[in-house]
Design a protein around this ligand. Sequence first.
Ligand code: ADP
Length: 251
Amino acid sequence: MIELKGVNGGYGKKQVLYDINCRMESGEITSIIGPNGSGKTTLLETACGLLAPFSGQVIADGEDVHKTDPKKRAKKISVLSQQKSAGALTVRALTFHGRFPYLGYPRKYTDEDREIVEKAMKAAGVYDIADETLSELSGGQQQKAYIAMLLAQDTDIVFLDEPVTFLDINYQLELMELIKNMKKQGKTVVMVIHDLNLAMSFSDKIAAVNNGRIAMFGSSKEIYDSGIIEDIFGIKAYRYAEKNQYFFTKG
Ligand code: ADP
């Protein structure tokens, strides 16, 4: 579980987030949705500890995330950001990065680390390409390699910024299954996701963000019923209840 209390934040003198209060629960997927520039990535980066808030607190396990030692924090919170640079690494080497927070000095992997890495690569479906270099893989394969790294980091709280953007539908659904598995293990999963139908059909909770504020926080059904999506995106939304699917049109 992770909780934001009265968070104001942004960059330098530029305020982007205003009075954010919300709680992301364990064993749930919470998706942050909202128009471009509404503050989704800023909210995610502030919540996961990468970007210090101007005021307010982010609390995980009763501790202020921004006051927690980074190594300790990395055992609790993992992040898959939008920008990633690890092109020269092999999939296996990248996955081992997930174990960094657990290593002592000198950095030496244990048999347990090796086992966790193998298991993570298998679960993410990259075991067969473990020795391939990331820069030579497709976008979907690369994304799965990063997911393997997150699995190896094995934190209770996982943040993902646009995990499925630019992937074909097959990879999207595969990745969403991996993300659902994290939830089943009791992890707190928080993601920024552009695809509204994916967000609404896979998430337990939605944080609908507009102009740096949480316009509404609730289940997909509550969000749909409230009409907030139509307000903040200026579109028309439809729900196909039987399949828990959502459709959107221009007006
Ligand atoms: P979203 O993820 O919803 O598209 P962002 O959180 O990326 O929105 O951006 C919200 C606002 O913060 C935008 O006005 C954007 O220009 C600004 N912003 C984002 N990153 C930075 C940065 N590194 N420095 C200054 N302003 C930024």
